[in-house]
Ligand binder design. Structure first.
Ligand SMILES: C[S@@+](CC[C@H](N)C(=O)[O-])C[C@H]1O[C@@H](n2cnc3c(N)ncnc32)[C@H](O)[C@@H]1O
Length: 354
């Protein structure tokens, strides 16, 4: 068992089985042994690759989406440009590069990054060395100004609780020790959940309290100060039932309870629940739509064509593969969804159709 495994096993020995939420939170964010504190997650050499690391086209188009949103907010002289979970800082760097078409946007933007990994903060500092940036461990109480927020593959990295339906009641799924490792168990206590009306034996429900809290606070900020938020992540548009807890290492799936801290743990984002929370604050909601259609509506094909014109044969092949990876239904195009929340805008944000 690795060091984090031993720490978790000792906790369980002392106080009993732990929630999946605690297991996932410590596996990802333990200050010494957590996944984001010690591993190099992104890229071909890492465990998985995210859209901005696949191609500059992704961040450039989102940069233009943000400039358009800023114009529809009345081109405020100051606004908070926030990114949740910026990884290597590639997405924000691409956003700021393409936003050079609107110097007043760049002059107005107060860049706020929400990142709890010191290792990734250092990477972001390098990628964004030409810009003034402010970091936060958690989603901050932002100043009294409009907000434009971007989150790509942030909500899927937040810890979840799982509940299992059996004999007419819900019980929380816990993590216990077993055979020099970990196994799932069920809490003897029942939990009352009114999120879903009718369920069958064996159904699993996942909740993500941290994600729900952030969407609640973000919606409040949008309703008071105005602004727009773009959330890109994987998950179904409507379904909220099902076991989506998973671990990825070296671009393949592994057992999520094995070797904690050594694989990326994620769960599908429940867009239906996030929408419901935003709706209670009177926020305009667009989507979720598929990432493929969103990028096509923003003009990824034209951008791809432009980049191709200056490319040699090997680069052309690479650009074609990048376009496919981002938009094709058999790759990220359909599984990944995009949702926008906005308030106080002169028109809807781009990318969602009429
Ligand atoms: C899957 S990565 C996505 C990186 C980046 N957005 C991209 O598209 O390449 C998740 C990011 O969220 C950060 N993160 C995860 N949980 C967090 C939390 N609870 N608070 C702040 N940042 C968190 C990670 O450190 C990492 O930067």
């Amino acid at each position: 068992m690795n060091k984090l495994g031993k720490t978790l096993a000792a906790m369980i020995e002392k106080s009993g089985s732990i929630s999946l939420y605690d297991f996932m939170k410590l596996s990802l964010s333990h200050p010494e042994f957590g996944y984001y504190s010690r591993q190099e997650p992104f890229g071909e050499q890492g465990d998985f690759i995210t859209a901005p690391e696949i191609s500059q086209m992704f961040g450039e188009l989102i940069g233009l989406w943000a400039v358009d949103a800023w114009i529809k907010l009345g081109s405020p002289a100051k606004f908070n440009l926030v990114e949740l979970g910026p990884g290597n800082g590639t997405l924000m760097a691409d956003i700021l590069r393409s936003a050079r078409v609107a110097p007043a946007f760049l002059a107005a933007a107060q860049i706020q990054l929400v990142e709890n990994s010191p290792r990734l903060r250092a990477k972001q500092a390098t990628s964004l060395s030409d810009h003034e940036v402010c970091w936060h461990d958690t989603f901050p109480d932002l100043e009294d100004m409009p907000i434009i927020l971007i989150a790509n593959e942030f909500f899927d990295a937040l810890p979840i609780h799982q509940y299992c339906y059996q004999d007419g009641v819900w019980r929380e799924r816990l993590v216990s020790t077993a055979d020099n490792g970990f196994a799932f168990s069920l809490s003897p206590e029942t939990t009352s959940l009114d999120l879903v009306p009718a369920c069958a034996d064996g159904d699993i429900l996942e909740t993500c309290p941290d994600g729900e809290e952030i969407i609640g606070r973000l919606s409040k900020l949008l309703s008071v100060n105005g602004g727009a938020a773009l959330i890109v992540d994987y998950g179904a548009a409507d379904t909220i039932l099902g076991d989506s807890f998973q671990a990825v290492k070296g671009h393949g799936h592994v057992d999520p309870l094995n070797n904690p801290g050594e694989a990326d743990l994620t769960a599908h984002v429940k867009f239906a629940i996030l929408k419901k929370i935003a709706a209670t604050q009177g926020i305009t909601i667009q989507g979720p739509t598929s990432q493929g259609r969103f990028l096509e509506r923003l003009g990824i094909e034209a951008r791809h064509h432009m980049l191709r014109q200056k490319a040699d044969d090997a680069q052309k092949k690479k650009l074609d593969a990048q376009l496919r990876r981002l938009t094709s239904a058999s790759e990220m195009g359909t599984l990944f969804k995009v949702m926008a929340l906005s308030h106080n805008m002169s028109a809807s944000t781009e990318g969602f159709g009429s």
